[in-house]
Design a binder for this molecule. Structure first.
Ligand SMILES: [Zn+2]
Length: 262
């Protein structure tokens, strides 16, 4: 088993990568599990080999996309949802596959209230202040009322795939107003950019599980904030995908900012 495991420490984040055949269901708390890398997705690797049934063995909360870059994925309480290009939400079939997803068995150690109204940047600062100083990464769940959520989703692609920075030109941006729901996702350190999205990556789904997407901006008005700090990232690498060298992070920063930012 050790021969198939690429294990390394990237500063304080412990990263293990493995192939699909070597996966085992995740039972340890505070471990983040990821299918493929954001660097591979940026280059147009939109078809992964991991099904949502398999992904569910590694976590019950998370985000990502579907094969063919067919919308934004939201995992919440063990259910997997797809927000289509217009933000309409539907459940994902267990046999559907993902080219990029991050999930965890969410076991928060921090549970706080944040009063609103709070602009998105202020909200992120408040979350930063709640994360223990030593934690490199964390999973985040925010439940409550939002005056607005500005979100986007992406249209399904067909091969030959274009790079993500070109595809996001066709993204749809939409705004949800006065909505109760859940914003969830992760915060990763800058030094894993290329493997992951550095900083915050958040998706939203409303209470009725009807609307959602990749969060660009928000204004919240009273939230329950739960945070699950982590220093362990396990990565499943599809065939032909290798772990990006984090030293290349600087060169991919602009591309990730264009693809994932506002
Ligand atoms: Zn996203």
């Amino acid at each position: 088993m050790a021969a198939v495991l690429d294990e390394r420490w990237i500063r304080s984040l412990h990263v293990e990568s493995m192939r699909r055949a070597d996966l085992h269901a995740e039972h340890d708390p505070h471990v983040l599990f990821q299918a493929s890398t954001i660097g591979a997705l940026l280059e147009g690797a939109y078809d992964g080999d991991l099904s949502f049934a398999e992904l569910a063995e590694h976590g019950d909360l998370g985000l990502g996309t579907l094969n063919g870059l067919d919308g934004e994925m939201i995992a919440l309480d063990g259910a997997f949802y797809r927000a289509d290009v217009d933000g309409e939400v539907n459940p994902i079939a267990a046999e559907a596959k993902t080219p990029f997803a991050v999930v965890t068995r969410f076991e928060p150690t921090i549970d706080e209230r944040l009063d609103g109204p709070l602009a998105h940047e202020r909200l992120l600062e408040r979350i930063d202040a709640l994360v223990p100083a030593g934690a490199s990464s964390c999973a985040i769940r925010l439940d409550g009322r939002f005056e607005l959520v500005r979100a986007r989703s992406v249209p399904a692609q067909s091969p030959p795939y274009r790079p993500l920075t070109e595809v996001v030109g066709g993204q749809h941006v939409f705004q949800l107003e006065d909505v109760v729901g859940t914003m969830l996702g992760f915060r990763f350190p800058a030094y894993v950019e290329g493997i992951e999205v550095a900083g915050f990556h958040l998706h939203f789904i409303d209470e009725g599980r009807r609307r959602g997407g990749h969060v660009l901006d928000s204004r919240s008005d009273g939230l329950r904030v739960r945070i699950d700090p982590s220093d362990d990232l396990h990565i499943e690498l599809p065939p032909r995908i290798e772990l990006a060298d984090p030293d290349l992070a600087a060169s991919t920063h602009a591309a990730i900012a264009r693809a994932e930012g506002g």
